[in-house]
Design a protein around this ligand. Structure first.
Ligand code: ATP
Ligand code: MG
Length: 236
C-alpha cells in the first residue's frame, strides 16, 4: 500500500443508530485510479460513499484525502476538499436549467467557463439543451447533468453511486463511453455499479463488500474467466 493514496479509508465503522452497517471497512483509491465497490443490495455500498462524503459520521476509523483526515467533516467541508458525490437520487435542481445546474458545481471550486466547455464536450447533448428545465429531461439526460455538474468542480475524487441505474441500454452505453473518457482524463473514482460488466470493464480494481467488511479485492486485469467467481462471492 502506498502512503500517498488519493483516498484512504481505514477500519471505518458506521451505521444508522443501533443498526451498524460498516463493521471495519478499509480501502484505498490511488490517483487516477478507478475502484469498483461491488456487493449485494443492502450490503452498505451507498453507506460507504455517504460516510466518505460526510453525510454520515463514522463512529470509528479514519478517512484521509491526500493524506489528511476528513472523517467527521460535514458534506460542504469534504466537497471543498474535492470529494464530490453523485448519489443514487442525483440531487439535481429540477426547476433550474441544465446550465444553471452545471454552474452550481463550480460554486466552491473550479473555473466556470472552462468547466462548462468541458461539460459540453463530454456531453454534447447538454450543450444543445442548456436552457432546458432539468425536471423535463429523461432519466438518462438527468444522469448526464449530474455527472457534468460533478465534473465542474474538478474533483480530487468522484464518488459515483450507480451511474447506470435505471437507464436504457443505449444510455448505459453512452454513460460507459463518457466514463472511459473520464478515465483517460485521469479522473479518480470510487464507483458503485450493479452493472458488473461495466464496473469491471472501467475499473482498475474491485472490492466486494459483505456483512460490513470488504471480503475480497482484486485487479480487473485478465479477469474474463473470473466473472462467475465474483458473482458467487457477492451473492452466495
Ligand atoms: N437512512 C437510513 N436509515 C436507516 N437504515 C438505513 C438508512 N440508509 C440505509 N440503511 C440500511 O443500511 C443498510 C445498507 O444500505 P445501503 O443503502 O448502504 O446499501 P447498498 O449496498 O447501497 O444497497 P443498494 O444496492 O440496494 O443500493 C441497509 O440495511 C439499509 O436498510
Ligand atoms: Mg445503494
Amino acid at each position: 500500500m502506498d502512503a500517498d493514496a488519493r483516498l484512504r479509508v481505514t477500519d471505518v465503522v458506521a451505521g444508522y443508530g443501533s443498526n451498524v452497517v460498516l463493521r471495519g471497512v478499509s480501502l484505498h483509491v490511488d490517483e487516477a485510479e478507478i475502484v469498483s465497490l461491488l456487493g449485494a443490495n443492502g450490503s452498505g455500498k451507498s453507506t460507504i460513499l455517504n460516510t466518505i462524503s460526510g453525510f454520515l459520521r463514522p463512529t470509528e476509523g479514519r478517512i484521509e484525502l491526500d493524506g489528511r483526515p476528513i472523517q467527521g467533516q460535514a458534506p460542504h467541508g469534504t466537497f471543498r476538499r474535492g470529494v464530490v458525490q453523485v448519489s443514487q437520487a442525483r440531487d439535481l435542481f429540477g426547476d433550474l436549467t441544465v446550465e444553471e445546474n452545471l454552474r452550481l458545481g463550480c460554486i466552491i471550486q473550479g473555473d466556470e467557463r472552462l468547466g462548462l466547455e468541458q461539460s459540453f464536450e463530454y456531453f454534447p447533448r447538454l450543450g444543445d439543451r442548456r436552457e432546458q428545465q432539468v425536471s423535463t429531461m429523461s432519466g438518462g439526460e438527468q444522469q448526464m447533468v449530474a455527472l457534468g455538474r460533478a465534473l465542474m468542480s474538478q474533483p480530487r475524487i468522484l464518488l459515483l453511486d450507480e451511474p447506470s441505474g435505471g437507464l436504457s441500454p443505449r444510455f448505459v452505453e453512452e454513460i460507459a463511453s463518457i466514463m472511459h473518457r473520464m478515465k483517460e482524463d485521469g479522473v479518480t473514482m470510487l464507483l458503485v455499479e450493479q452493472n458488473m460488466r461495466l464496473a469491471l470493464d472501467i475499473s482498475d480494481r474491485y472490492l466486494i463488500l459483505r456483512d460490513g467488511h470488504v471480503i475480497d479485492a482484486g485487479s480487473t486485469a485478465n479477469i474474463e474467466g473470473s466473472h462467475d467467481d465474483i458473482v458467487r462471492a457477492i451473492y452466495l
